[in-house]
Design a protein around this ligand. Sequence first.
Ligand SMILES: Cc1cc2nc3c(=O)[nH]c(=O)nc-3n(C[C@H](O)[C@H](O)[C@H](O)COP(=O)(O)OP(=O)(O)OC[C@H]3O[C@@H](n4cnc5c(N)ncnc54)[C@H](O)[C@@H]3O)c2cc1C
Length: 286
Amino acid sequence: MASLAELDISKPFVATVISNDRITPEASDEDIRNIVIELDTEDFSYHVGDSIGLLVPGPHEFGNEYHLRLYTIAGGEKVSGNRTRLTLCVKRCFYIDDYSGEKYEGKASNYFCDRAPGDKLTMAGPYKGAFTIPDDENTNLLMVGLGTGIAPFRAFVRHIYDVRGGWKGKVRLFFGAKTGLEMLYMNDKRDDFANYYDENTFKAFEAVSPRPAVDAPVALDQAIEQNSQEVWDMVRDPDTYVFVAGHEKVGELLDQAMAKIAGSEEKWQRRKAELKAGERWMELMY
Ligand SMILES: Cc1cc2nc3c(=O)[nH]c(=O)nc-3n(C[C@H](O)[C@H](O)[C@H](O)COP(=O)(O)OP(=O)(O)OC[C@H]3O[C@@H](n4cnc5c(N)ncnc54)[C@H](O)[C@@H]3O)c2cc1C
């Protein structure tokens, strides 16, 4: 993927915030939001897995006019006047400065999470995503995500079952969050995947942290290990595509689980290299 500095922002457009709802519970430390925006342009087309750029107006450090950050399109629909409404899943980010120990707000994510319905945004894109859904509906899709990494998979699952009308290969989603309530789009209040549980090729596996209060890592590796036979059969099948999305920890957890399943780190890395060489491994980590 191109670096942010290489992305074309020469044709920005305006979008209006339609809704902005927190989808993590108030008690949670994580503020993750489902934000729906309507683009003030009719000239917008994108592919599942693409992202859109938010340009936060300045002034910014080093004289930059805009601060650009990308957000994966989690859903989209055409509304009146051929306008597009997009659903995005945005996490409010903070970081701690290594030297001062001070906590800073991530610029774009805080700006985005603070917008109210009716507010105008400057956007750019869409930008090609790291993921492409194969044309052949007999292929298997293994999707592994953490946190906001659910966004591309929400768009994927809708696309293959609702737009393409079904999928014959296996579709397996492993998704992790700190607690059950932070299972984005998959909790008691809101389960956007519920429509697909009856599809006989679709299965979703959820993983949470065993000890969220002490920040123990999400048990995503355990969820994968509990389904080791199926997962291993899938990654050995030349018709399987693997998609990994979200916080960079997702890659570590997946590697740990797969090394155990494969019998050694080396065996897993060999298999992963084969998947990559065959362009059947796609990852989007940030
Ligand atoms: C293709 C793609 C798709 C994405 N999709 C999504 C999505 O769907 N949802 C989502 O929530 N996010 C997504 N992201 C991440 C998103 O683009 C932003 O990176 C994120 O929101 C943080 O941006 P920010 O402007 O809030 O933070 P920034 O102000 O840019 O800070 C972000 C990070 O920079 C580092 N940092 C910056 N300055 C310092 C410093 N002085 N000291 C230490 N560390 C520092 C920290 O690690 C911090 O967490 C995606 C990223 C990519 C590349």
